[in-house]
Design a binder for this molecule. Structure first.
Ligand code: ZN
Length: 246
C-alpha cells in the first residue's frame, strides 16, 4: 500500500476519535442546562405547594375567627335570657340562638373541609420537597460525572493530538492539506474504504475503472462523487470449510 495512504488511514482513525471526544464535551453544557431547568421547575413546584398550604391555613384561621364570633354572640344570648320578660321575646331569642347554632355548624363544617384540604396540601408539600431533593441530587450527580468525564476526555484529546503530531510529518504537505480540507468539508470523513465497488463515504457506486485503480492501493484515488480519498481492504482469506462431523 502507498505509504501516504496508510498514514492517512491512521490519521482518519485518530481524527474520528478526536471528533467523538470533542462532540461529547460539547454535549455537556446543554445537558447541564436541562438539569438546571428541571431544578428550577422543582423549586417553583415546592414554592407553589407551600403557597397553596399557606393560603388554605389562612382561610381556615378566618373561618375559625367566624366560629369564635358566633360563640361570643351565643354567649350574649344566654346572658339576655335572664332579662327576657315576654313569651314573644323568649321566642325571638330562641330563634336568634337557633340561627347562631346553624351558622356555627356551617362554619365548623367549613373548618373540617379546610383541615382535610390542609392534609392533602401538606402531603403535596412533602412530595414537592422530595422532588426538589431528587432534582438537586440529579444536578449534582450530573455535574460530578461530567467533571470526571471531562478530565478523561481532555486527557484523551491531548493523547490523540500528540499521536497525530507524530503521524503528520510522514505525509507531504499538499496531501495533508487536501486531507484536512476534506475532513472539514465532508463531515469529518476524508478517507473511506471502498466496499462492494462503492464509496463508503457517500454510498455511491464507483466506475469499474476507478474500482480497479482503488484496488491497487498504490495512489491517492478519489471518489468522483464526494471527492473523498479511497482505499481498499482485501477480504480476509476464506476459512477452510470445516469437515463434516460424524
Ligand atoms: Zn464518495
Amino acid at each position: 500500500m502507498l505509504a501516504a495512504l496508510s498514514v492517512l488511514i491512521e490519521l482518519q482513525a485518530l481524527d474520528t476519535a478526536l471528533d467523538a471526544a470533542r462532540k461529547r464535551l460539547a454535549d455537556f453544557p446543554a445537558a447541564e442546562q436541562l438539569s438546571s431547568q428541571q431544578l428550577a421547575a422543582a423549586t417553583a413546584a415546592l414554592d407553589a405547594a407551600k403557597a397553596a398550604l399557606n393560603d388554605s391555613t389562612a382561610a381556615r384561621k378566618l373561618v375559625e375567627k367566624d366560629v369564635a364570633g358566633v360563640d361570643a354572640r351565643l354567649a350574649r344570648f344566654e346572658e339576655h335570657k335572664a332579662a327576657v320578660k315576654t313569651n314573644e321575646q323568649f321566642h325571638a331569642l330562641q330563634h336568634e340562638v337557633e340561627m347562631g347554632k346553624q351558622e356555627k355548624a356551617a362554619f365548623e363544617e367549613r373548618v373540617l373541609i379546610l383541615m382535610m384540604e390542609a392534609d392533602t396540601l401538606a402531603a403535596a408539600v412533602k412530595d414537592a420537597e422530595k422532588g426538589l431533593a431528587a432534582a438537586k441530587k440529579a444536578t449534582d450527580d450530573l455535574k460530578a460525572a461530567h467533571a470526571t468525564e471531562r478530565t478523561a476526555l481532555e486527557a484523551e484529546i491531548a493523547a490523540l493530538l500528540a499521536e497525530r503530531a507524530t503521524k503528520t510529518p510522514a505525509v507531504d504537505k499538499p496531501t495533508l492539506a487536501k486531507y484536512e480540507l476534506l475532513l472539514k468539508g465532508r463531515k469529518g470523513v476524508a478517507i473511506a474504504p471502498m466496499v462492494n465497488g462503492g464509496c463508503t463515504g457517500c454510498h455511491m457506486g464507483l466506475r469499474p475503472a476507478v474500482q480497479a485503480q482503488v484496488k491497487r492501493n498504490d495512489a491517492l484515488n478519489t471518489c468522483e462523487n464526494c471527492q473523498r480519498i479511497l482505499y481498499y481492504v482485501p477480504p480476509p482469506p476464506a476459512e477452510p470449510a470445516p469437515e463434516a462431523q460424524q
